[in-house]
Design a protein around this ligand. Structure first.
Ligand SMILES: Nc1ncnc2c1ncn2[C@@H]1O[C@H](COP(=O)(O)OP(=O)(O)OP(=O)(O)O)[C@@H](O)[C@H]1O
Length: 375
């Protein structure tokens, strides 16, 4: 066989020196195309995970772009990837269909599976569509500026695009005001005008918030119990035309509540109570900058089958995954996940929307949320 000529390396991004493996993969890919490799029975190594860089800060977004030709340079469009092969408009159209089913499967990024030579969509399943052991609460632990708040935004953006307020409600503790764009969503207020939102970390606010959640869980208990002859799932309830929305509880920056003696017990009880209400359509996501036992109790970690660690140290990775893992590349949204099957793999999380700077992405997100709320 003729020896392939290896071309000179591509110009590298001035903001980041590429790791050796990425350069090697790029060079091999450029001379030995997947089609010819397949003919010789060689399964091609999957593309490396998209990596945010100075040149392309938004390489992975949630939805396929609507307007391929406008407002972006051709280079960016070719290199940017979407987690799901649908535009936001297409998902919105499905939302208005009447027979939509409850689902807490959320596309959040791409996973690298080198042992299987695969790169796959990372789907978080808060409910466990294939049985309770296949899903459950999500825990995102990450260093500062590693992408925790952005991951929550991507999740909320997906769910808001997918479900109407009568199908899904949020209850959000956001002590660092990182999710304020979502605050005006109808998904946050109840019919009586009550809001499931708190931007404070005080004991009083937290008590008020937890009381509302407990009341909601109790109501659901009573309703499900009253139907005992026919044990109900939320899916069955919906198919009978009853409107009990799914309820997603988000505790952002758990460590802040856990570090204070006045709120530590309250927040832990809230997390545990919500974890036990999954069969009633109540789901939980926690984020934390810390993984030590004082800020994030091990008994909570162990009840979260899906864990994401972004930019964590060796010690923190060990606390989160119970295993020794090398630190992942330090780019935002890059880290390790543990799936309900207990596999630990590298992941790149998606941005909710594209945009070359954080402030452009913020503006786009605000606009898109307004559009999502239009009838
Ligand atoms: N998946 C991603 N792809 C590209 N850029 C990202 C991604 N996630 C986050 N970023 C960018 O990285 C920066 C930090 O993100 P973010 O604020 O979400 O981090 P954080 O972990 O919540 O930080 P902090 O703990 O300081 O609040 C932001 O500029 C954000 O736009």
């Amino acid at each position: 066989m003729q020896t392939p000529i290896v071309p000179h390396s591509q110009p590298t991004d001035p903001g980041r020196s590429k790791p050796f493996f990425e350069i090697a993969i790029e060079r091999i890919s450029s001379v030995y195309k997947p089609a010819s490799a397949r003919k010789e029975g060689i399964h091609y190594w999957p593309e490396p995970l998209p990596t945010p860089s100075h040149q392309l800060p938004d390489p992975l977004v949630l939805f396929y772009p609507e307007d391929l030709d406008t407002n972006q340079s051709g280079l960016d469009q070719r290199e940017r990837q979407a987690v799901i092969p649908m535009t936001r408009r297409e998902v919105l159209e499905r939302r208005s269909r009447e027979n939509i089913k409850p689902s807490m499967q959320i596309p959040l990024g791409l996973i690298d599976k080198p042992a299987e030579q695969l790169r796959e969509t990372f789907l978080v399943d808060l409910h466990g569509a294939g049985g309770t052991a296949t899903g459950g609460p999500l825990l995102i632990a990450g260093a500062q500026h590693s992408g925790k708040a952005t991951a929550l935004q991507t999740i909320l953006f997906w769910l808001t695009t997918r479900f109407l307020p009568e199908q899904l409600r949020y209850a959000i503790l956001d002590p660092f005001a990182e999710l304020t764009h979502f605050r005006t969503l109808p998904h946050l207020s109840k019919a009586n005008g009550d809001m499931y939102w708190s931007a404070e970390a005080s004991e009083e606010q937290l008590q008020h918030f937890t009381n509302r959640i407990y009341a909601e869980i109790q109501q659901r208990h009573d309703l499900f119990a009253s139907q005992q002859q026919h044990p109900q799932t939320l899916s069955q309830v919906w198919s009978q035309g009853l409107s009990i929305p799914q309820l997603l509880v988000i505790i952002s920056n758990y460590q802040l509540f856990a570090e204070r003696t006045t709120t530590a017990l309250l927040i832990k009880k809230l997390a545990q109570t919500v974890m036990e209400a999954r069969a009633l359509g109540v789901y939980l996501i926690i984020t934390s900058t810390e993984t030590g036992p004082r800020q994030l109790p091990q008994e909570l970690i162990s009840k979260c089958p899906t864990r994401i660690g972004l930019g964590l140290s060796n010690r923190q990775n060990h606390e989160l995954f119970g295993a020794t893992i090398l630190p992942a590349e330090t780019v935002p949204g890059r880290g390790w996940i543990q799936t309900p099957e207990r596999h630990i793999q590298q992941v790149q999380l998606a941005l909710p929307l594209s945009g070359s700077t954080e402030s452009i992405r913020d503006t786009q997100l605000k606009l898109a949320l307004v559009q999502n709320s239009l009838p």
